[in-house]
Design a protein around this ligand. Sequence first.
Ligand SMILES: [Zn+2]
Length: 384
Amino acid sequence: METGDRGASSSSPGNFSAESFTALCFGPGLRPEGERIAARLDEEGVCLWPGGAREQRVPYRALQVAAGGFDHEQMILSWNPGGEQWSLTLSDKPAKDFLLAHAPPALEPQLTPWKKKIRAGRHRMRLGWTVLALFLLAPFLLLAVFLWQTDRIVDWAASRISVQNEQKLGELIFEQAKPSLKLITEGEAPRVIEQIGGKLTAGTPYAFKWHVADDPAINAFAIPGGHVVVFTGLIKAADSAEEVAGVLAHEAEHVLQRHSLKAMIHNLGWRAAIAVAAGDWTGGLAGELAAQMGILKFGRDKESEADLKGLDLLRKARIAPGGMVSFFDKLAKQGGAPIALLSTHPASADRMAALRVAIAKNGSWQSQPLPYDWASVKATLPAK
Ligand SMILES: [Zn+2]
């Protein structure tokens, strides 16, 4: 290495003698982690430790300039006097700016490739950040897609669930819902409901389970997998077994068409879609789902589908279809307190009209009256 004396340094002030910069220096006799030293540019080279006892000058022609560091933003000046490895690492912006601003023409050939590399490195980093940002944003993008394509995603999630798994989920939900239901297990009403329901759903892929709950609300609901709960209020509001059969057929189709399953997935969003698709119902999901039962609302198209397909169930079971229309009609005409069944299964004029048309078209099947005296079935229910 060349070692200039102090006089040589101060004799060539140029544009840069007044300013020095600091950099991390590596070399023989220095600490292995490098030593931060002052340096100065003069016309002949880089002056290290200017003004100090160790002052030395490295001529520009002996320097190699490379880009270093994780982001290639570091500037590394290196030189090899007599086979020794020396280098100066400039990582802070002021030092690099200083060097770029004050570099003499002699250093330009080494600096040009470094500048190019830095630009390419910056481009790569930007690309890297873009990819990283996309990766971090992915959940939000998925959420946006979810909100935008909800129905398709819900259908997809539902399609991943076997009937068997749906029934397992239904069991869990029913167990969660049970403590808040006053189930009537003995007597005429549960037996009749089970007989009508069984008749309607014979031969379907689901093992339906029919229940009667002591509750004055005119309501019924279907849990995914086939538990159907009918409230005593509904049994009392009906004037015939056929009217109840119409409601049961409608509810059964909400199960068969997986409307209940899809509505629950829709309401709980991603978490349910993922859990349900993975067959993992743990983590309180069943409880949350149970809390939704009885208040799940379906869209108008789902209601119409349940009506029309329910009509098929009635036809196959040879049950007269008139009860389905008359019961919803009767409820719709009733004033006063809102009827739970109608708030969850809105009986629009369109829906009733479509039902009437469908019945007129193919509803004249050979029906057999259901063998129950409805007044006496109602008489077996708890008063109130
Ligand atoms: Zn409905």
